[in-house]
Design a protein around this ligand. Structure first.
Ligand code: DGL
Length: 289
């Protein structure tokens, strides 16, 4: 299909960052640290999380609707801060939006560079692990690496309710990670943007026996390159008064987004409750009525 005409957004316009829920805050944290002069609009689609249990069409439908909503809010670039949405829909959405997109994918390539035992675990959603994109990533970068793929059932739900360290959560994580340790894995890829918030809980199980691979800093660097390529870097210096503005938006009531942004990123901003209807959510609501 034809690519849409590019938007001539002003460099001072915000970056849109979107995730199925709160996980993209780990990417927002890296973007704030690396590109603190850039204003951001963050959308958590918590009303419809987790995406890991949705069908491919639903994920593509939501990613496009939220991308279009962010374009309408004036976003100059979009970070799809969700491995699941990237895996299923980035090409589809890229072809339909007039702004540059940056996606995220499990850090298989860095894991292949880091692992000494040549065994690495990948924790991600079921949708990400079964995607053609993930399979291609493993084929491209992990030829000589034994990759142990483990769906992290229940982990997104835990972070969505702000549970990042309860005994139940640690027991759930142990069930996923211990078999990897037993198989000799020395590297663990956090293949979902919710999981970096579980790093302390994972450390309490694996100690120093595993290197944890989180790609959020690499995503912030990639975003910087994309902004530079398109002449979209904000001109304002980052050293000024605590960085640029952040708008936090949620399709749910926003209470957990506010709590996690405050606790983990020290962002004290009110959360706007937004409605972003799409074809599939209209169908859901019509069926529920
Ligand atoms: N943060 C999303 C990801 O990186 C979670 C997906 C979900 O909602 O299941 O995949």
């Amino acid at each position: 299909m034809n690519h849409p005409a590019p938007v001539s957004a002003a460099p001072g316009a915000p970056i849109g960052i979107f995730d199925s829920g709160l996980g993209g805050l780990s990417v927002l944290r890296a973007v704030r640290a690396h590109l603190g002069q850039e204003p951001v609009i963050y959308v958590a689609d918590s009303r419809y999380a987790p995406y890991g249990q949705r069908d491919d069409d639903f994920i593509a439908d939501r990613t496009l609707a939220i991308g279009e909503w962010l374009v309408a809010q004036g976003a100059k670039a979009l970070v799809v801060a969700c491995n699941t949405a990237t895996a299923q829909s980035i090409e589809f959405v890229r072809a339909r939006l007039p702004i540059p997109l940056v996606g995220v994918e499990p850090g298989v390539k860095p894991a292949a560079a880091l692992s000494k035992s040549r065994v690495a675990g990948v924790l991600a959603t079921q949708v990400t692990l079964r995607s053609a994109r993930f399979q291609a990533l493993v084929e491209r970068h992990a030829n000589d690496l034994r990759v142990l793929s483990q769906p992290g059932h229940g982990l997104v739900e835990a972070v969505e309710r702000c549970d990042i360290g309860s005994p139940e959560l640690v027991a759930l994580l142990r069930g996923y990670v211990q078999p990897m340790l037993d198989a000799g894995a020395d590297t663990l890829v956090l293949g979902c943007t919710h999981y970096p918030f579980l790093d302390a809980a994972i450390r309490s199980i694996v100690g120093e026996r595993m290197t944890l691979v989180d790609t959020s800093v690499a995503i912030a660097r990639q975003l910087e390159r994309v902004l530079d390529q398109h002449g979209l870097r904000s001109a304002t210096a980052s050293s000024e008064s605590g960085g640029a503005s952040v708008r936090l938006c949620s399709t749910s009531d926003g209470a957990h987004l506010r709590a996690l942004a405050s606790a983990l990123l020290a962002i004290e901003a009110p959360v706007e409750c937004v409605q972003i209807p799409s074809r599939r959510t209209r169908e859901l609501e019509a069926n529920a009525a």
